[in-house]
Design a protein around this ligand. Structure first.
Ligand code: COA
Length: 339
């Protein structure tokens, strides 16, 4: 049977840069606090574009860098916490924008682990022969679910989109995948849906309203608990991937972590006793873009020419749900693409 490979990558971030200093002009914060606690210097914020729009831009860049045509794509998944609508899925909207009329489309809700989950699902579809070419996208407009008056959370996140096209080839591109979830931590990182509001008076008296959801539709987070969970989930995911694939950390050229916080990544560098250059980071420029962070990083590494055919790369994510997961890939693209 053919092996599953990443055939191309693409990404898009909005032009509008919001620096820590600019945030400090509207809320009680400062560059020093944000940089020392998180490593973030600036983030990108959309100005009028929705998630489907930036997702489609990332997808088109991936398509430009492949020999795949939109009509060859038979599966589209968008991993997002910030879809345009409850229905239709963001993936269906992207399908229409890019003209991928032959694709089956749906969204993945796994917060910051969403791209890894999508990779896993695409792998299964392609490996069992059901689909040939999958377009998977992590895309977020988190700015629309942030409370911009809450300094403890709004400084951490940003908007952006990253995409990858998966297909078949001779070499094994996806070596190992691992995912997990723990709903016991569901309240630690959360954004409520619209509360139930039955607009029929007679029915309303009979059916209890969902008080838990009332009124608050911004992202909320127990920062310290999430920090503890993140280092544990990352450590366990890396350990599991290495042991199940029979590889050691020295076999891995780069680790591409979810770009949440430099202190979490520094902790992992110390724990694994590896050179900090092994971990790719770009959160300094984009903040935490949730499901988009890993594919944006992967695309940037690809465009910067950091990846060579045969390199083994470990992607690892964690986030709300709670969810976590990772994958070891072997880079199979032999031509370095231009930016
Ligand atoms: N600017 C200035 N001060 C701020 C601030 C900001 N943006 N946000 C919070 N503070 C203040 C708090 O009010 C508090 O002040 P106090 O001591 O007077 O009460 C102080 O800084 C410490 O706040 P705390 O929340 O305890 O800080 P922390 O050291 O735990 O850092 C996080 C907060 C969010 C950076 C940290 O918990 C973290 O990184 N957690 C993981 C988050 C994450 O990665 N989430 C995404 C997962 S996918």
């Amino acid at each position: 049977m053919k092996e599953v490979q990443i055939l191309a990558t693409g990404s898009y971030v909005p032009d509008r840069i919001v620096t820590n200093d600019e945030l400090a002009t509207v809320i009680d914060t400062n560059d020093e606090w944000i940089k020392t606690r998180t490593g973030i210097g600036e983030r990108r914020i959309t100005t009028g574009e929705n998630t489907s729009s930036i997702a489609a831009k990332a997808a088109l860049k991936a398509l430009e860098n492949s020999s795949i045509k939109p009509l060859d794509i038979d599966l589209i998944m968008v991993a997002t916490t910030t879809p345009d609508c409850y229905t239709p899925s963001t993936a269906c909207i992207v399908q229409n924008i890019i003209g991928a009329a032959n694709a089956t489309c749906f969204d993945i809700s796994a917060a910051c682990s969403g791209f890894i989950y999508a990779l896993n699902i695409a792998y299964q579809f392609i490996k069992n022969g059901t689909k040939k070419n999958a377009l998977i996208i992590g895309a977020e407009t988190l700015s629309k679910i942030l409370d911009w008056n809450d300094r403890s959370i709004c400084v951490l996140f940003g908007d952006g989109a990253g995409a990858a096209i998966l297909g078949c080839g001779e070499e094994k591109g996806l070596i190992q995948i691992y995912t997990g979830s723990d709903g016991k931590g569901a309240n630690l990182l959360k954004c409520n849906a619209v509360p139930i509001d039955i607009n029929n008076k007679k029915l309303k008296e009979k059916i209890p309203q969902n008080a838990d959801n009332e009124g608050y539709h911004y992202l909320s987070m127990e920062g310290r608990e999430i920090f503890k969970f993140a280092v544990k989930a990352m450590g366990e995911t890396i350990k599991t991937l290495l042991s199940s694939s029979g590889l050691t950390i020295d076999d891995i050229k780069y680790i591409v972590p979810h770009q949440a916080n430099l202190r979490i990544i520094d902790y992992m560098i110390k724990k694994l006793k590896v050179d900090k250059k092994k971990f790719y980071t770009n959160l300094q420029y984009y903040g935490n873009t949730s499901a988009a962070s890993i594919p944006i990083a992967l695309d940037q590494m690809n465009r910067e020419g950091l990846l060579e055919k045969g390199d083994k790369i470990l992607l690892v994510g964690f986030g709300g749900g709670l969810t976590w997961g990772g994958t070891i890939i072997e880079w199979t693209i032999d031509k370095q693409i231009s930016s």
